[in-house]
Design a protein around this ligand. Structure first.
Ligand SMILES: [Fe+2]
Length: 121
């Protein structure tokens, strides 16, 4: 059953119901420090606890932003994917950046997770 209220906002670990949030809020893994202009790997796993990928209930996509700047979207398929993606990313400017990941569950709406990364020369 879709939870309608979850579709009227961006949900997170801080705002969502804890049991639902655990399975939906994206968890970003990235080195704390990365080199400006050099590729590094960002891994986004949907949920601290595994989320199902069944027909009728699955994670539809994962988006990655640096602050408000769009970087990537990965579309996922029920039964044929697990909701975990790895991306090679290059950040061209020095400074602290907030990587923000969004995932969408067809029954539980959009969820955000974030992680700071320090971009240095
Ligand atoms: Fe879900």
């Amino acid at each position: 059953m879709a939870e309608t209220s979850l579709f009227c906002q961006i949900n997170s670990l801080a705002t969502g119901p804890a049991d639902v949030a655990k399975k939906h809020a994206p968890v970003i893994t990235v080195p704390a420090n990365v080199a400006v202009g050099q590729p590094f790997t960002v891994t986004i796993k949907v949920g601290e606890a595994p989320h199902v990928m069944e027909n009728g209930h699955f994670i539809q996509f994962v988006d990655l932003y640096s602050g408000h700047i769009y970087i990537s979207r990965v579309d996922l398929t029920a039964e044929l994917n697990k909701p975990e993606v790895s991306l090679s990313v290059v950040l061209p400017h020095e400074g602290k950046r907030t990587l923000r990941a969004f995932s969408r569950c067809n029954l539980h709406g959009i969820w955000e997770g974030s992680k700071e990364v320090n971009v240095t020369k």
